[in-house]
Write a new protein. Structure first.
Length: 265
């Protein structure tokens, strides 16, 4: 029977769980590890969740939003049925990592302003990756242990994003608005991985502590946009014409001899 809500430690529990799952993945993480990270006894965790799978579900359900969503009405949170965890991950990403500017761009055959359009997409992606960084790291690490989560995360989510972005790149190349690239899908992956490193992985790199959030985002946007958007067409400049020398002078220059024709003055 579900008990009434215990003392308010859910944010601390979620924070500890994210750190442990991110470091160890779902299989290797133990409830005792999470309790140690939280600074409580392992038994206390079972006032909140029935199992490790229930805790993972709670993190997915609550950990995307800042502040957290409305907490469960009763505790402990039950162990989710088969398939419920993956379904909830997909729902949370669909809601909290939506990209309306990207969706609108896919509905057009050409951009009114290709630089502004691509900048909006890159910033939108950057904001999503940065906002969900800690939970996404936990999911990515745990996907190595859970095949159904790996298929969702690497296949449908990241693979789908690469495919859609590649389609947009191909469309803008065809419209003459992006520079021609040999492999649009690789270019799409490069954009996504560059954004992911600077928005998420940089946070765990001690050698990047001197890079501010603003500098990371602005540099990422600037270089990605400028590398793809075609330079505006410019009128061709005609090469200046060299004045035609008189025939005698041309012969003299050709053979390296001064002209014998009388010079003016």
């Amino acid at each position: 029977m579900a008990r009434s809500r215990p003392a308010d430690r859910v944010p601390a529990l979620i924070d500890a769980a994210v750190r442990v799952f991110s470091a160890k993945g779902f299989r290797r993480a133990q409830m005792a590890d999470i309790a140690l990270a939280m600074g409580v006894s392992p038994g206390l965790l079972y006032n909140y969740v029935e199992s490790k799978a229930a805790l993972f579900y709670l993190v997915i359900d609550q950990g995307f939003s800042q502040p957290a969503l409305v907490e469960p009405q009763s505790f402990p949170v039950p162990t989710p049925p088969p398939g419920a965890l993956v379904k909830r991950v997909a729902e949370r990403f669909r809601k909290d990592a939506a990209m309306p500017a990207f969706t609108a761009a896919l509905g057009r055959t050409r951009a009114e302003n290709p630089s502004a359009e691509l900048e909006a997409i890159v910033r939108e992606l950057y904001a999503n990756v940065h906002r969900t960084a800690f939970v996404t790291t936990m999911i990515e690490r745990s996907a190595l242990d859970l095949p159904e989560l790996a298929e969702l995360f690497y296949g449908r989510m990241r693979g789908g994003l690469v495919a859609r972005l590649a389609r947009l790149i191909e469309s803008r190349i065809a419209a003459g608005q992006f520079r021609r690239v040999r492999h649009p899908a690789v270019a799409a992956r490069l954009i996504i991985e560059t954004v992911t490193w600077f928005a998420r992985h940089r946070c765990g790199d001690p050698a990047s502590e001197d890079i501010t959030d603003e500098a990371a985002e602005e540099t990422t946007v600037e270089l990605l946009v400028n590398s793809l958007v075609a330079a505006p067409s410019r009128p061709r400049l005609l090469r200046p014409q060299t004045p035609t020398a008189p025939p005698a002078a041309k012969r003299a220059i050709r053979y390296g001899k001064p002209s014998r024709e009388p010079q003016p003055g």
